[in-house]
Design a protein around this ligand. Structure first.
Ligand code: ADP
Length: 388
């Protein structure tokens, strides 16, 4: 509540009587050169207060001890429908806030009240209610309303994320615990069954390790997301290295992964290790989900964006493709078109989330084109490194 606290300090001493008596509404809407007028001493307190409210990013209003709106900024008008000179409760019927105003008007301490507004879209708002200056009946009450919807959404996402991650880890763990019990109990003297179970246990343990690796990757990338990468990377070389590294999977799928480079492609501004991870995740997916359809191609081109020269790297497969409604959600953590298919292929549901965060850090972007039955194309667009 720093904004409110600052304003309370700035306005301390301003009273309802002072405001109302000091040309209330006198110069409403007039454009003033604030600093010069203030320096000359001919800027009224009322004008200053009104301009301070107007400059606040949050909805803010002042009411008198009877609950009448003395002044409000535009945001407060939009949010509460408050009309200056009318009781706040006439347009804003949130009992918890109205009662808090009454308590504060009777010399109560400042209060913070959280509430939701259901229409037009549900919003989570926090009200800070504090008295200004003099004691009743002259006091004014300041009501600051902050839209916490985005913060509430982030908190919910964080809680969902922890629940999802725990669930993903719990499934292989439960399986491991079950097999340990079986090997120590019913299968104690059955080496054949033991060998079979140990193999499944190995798969489950690998899955847990991949998940933990991906979770750690994601949190590391998020920590650095605001730091622009300083390095320079050659995407064509990265593509060749990644294809070499995943050769065993390519061979197992019985496909080829040709790399096509159109003309000369400049180096990009980026961290080589992170970009390797991007290309690897995209190629992994193309082989995992699209490998049945035949060869996967990697194509590099240079291009021009409004921000300057860019390099595009596209990984295209001829697999089953993805229905349109899933496309906008693919980069969400743990979002999968088919969770069972993803798990069976060793997926964690985090690959594209990692891609998105790395590209965010690089101020790049991911474009996904796909049509069921036609395969998918995932294209990364990165800024070319300016050569001087
Ligand atoms: P996962 O570990 O499940 O592969 P990702 O974040 O890498 O997680 O991908 C999310 C989902 O997107 C996958 O579960 C899959 O349903 C879909 N997907 C990704 N790439 C492809 C592709 N090339 N073809 C079809 N579906 C894909």
């Amino acid at each position: 509540m720093d904004a409110a606290a600052t304003l309370v300090v700035a306005l301390a001493g301003v009273t309802a009587a002072g405001l109302l008596g000091f040309g209330w509404g006198r110069r409403r809407g007039a454009r003033l050169d604030t600093s010069q007028a203030a320096a000359r001493g001919d800027l009224s307190t009322l004008d200053l207060v009104r301009q301070a409210l107007a400059a606040l990013p949050d909805a803010c209003l002042l009411v008198d001890t009877t609950g009448r709106v003395v002044m409000r900024n535009q945001a407060a008008g939009d949010l509460t429908g408050a009309v200056e000179g009318k009781p706040l409760v006439a347009t804003f019927r949130v009992p918890a806030v109205i009662q808090a105003i009454e308590r504060v008007a009777q010399a109560g301490p400042p209060e913070d009240i959280g509430f939701t507004l259901p229409v037009p879209v549900e919003r989570t708002i926090e009200a800070h209610v504090a008295a200004l200056g003099a004691a009743a009946p002259e006091a004014l009450v300041l009501v600051l309303l902050r839209d916490m919807t985005a913060i509430a959404r982030v908190e919910r996402m964080r809680a969902d994320f922890v629940a999802n991650a725990s669930h993903e880890l719990r499934t292989p763990l439960t399986s491991l615990a079950g097999f340990i019990e079986t090997i120590r109990g019913p299968a104690r003297d059955d080496p054949e069954a033991q060998a079979r179970f140990l193999e499944i246990m190995q798969t489950q343990a690998d899955r847990m390790r991949r998940l933990i690796d991906d979770l750690l990757s994601l949190s590391r990338i998020e920590l650095n997301e605001h730091v622009l990468p300083l390095g320079t990377a050659d995407l064509a070389a990265i593509a060749r290295d990644v294809v070499d590294a995943v050769q065993p999977q390519i061979a197992r799928a019985g496909i080829r992964v040709p790399i096509e480079v159109e003309g000369t492609v400049p180096p990009v501004a980026g961290e080589r290790d992170e970009l390797i991870q991007v290309v690897q995740n995209l190629l992994d997916n193309a082989i995992k989900y699209g490998g049945d359809g035949g060869d996967v191609t990697i194509r590099l081109t240079s291009g021009q964006d409004p921000s300057g020269p860019v390099v595009r790297l596209a990984v295209a497969d001829k697999g089953p493709g993805i229905a349109r409604e899933h496309l906008p959600r693919l980069t969400e953590r743990f979002y999968r078109v088919d969770a069972k298919a993803s798990r069976e292929r060793g997926g964690t549901g985090l690959g594209l989330a990692i891609v998105k965060h790395i590209l965010n850090r690089h101020r790049g972007r991911l474009e996904i084109e796909s049509e069921p039955g036609q395969g998918s194309r995932f294209t990364i667009v990165l800024r070319a490194r300016a050569t001087s």
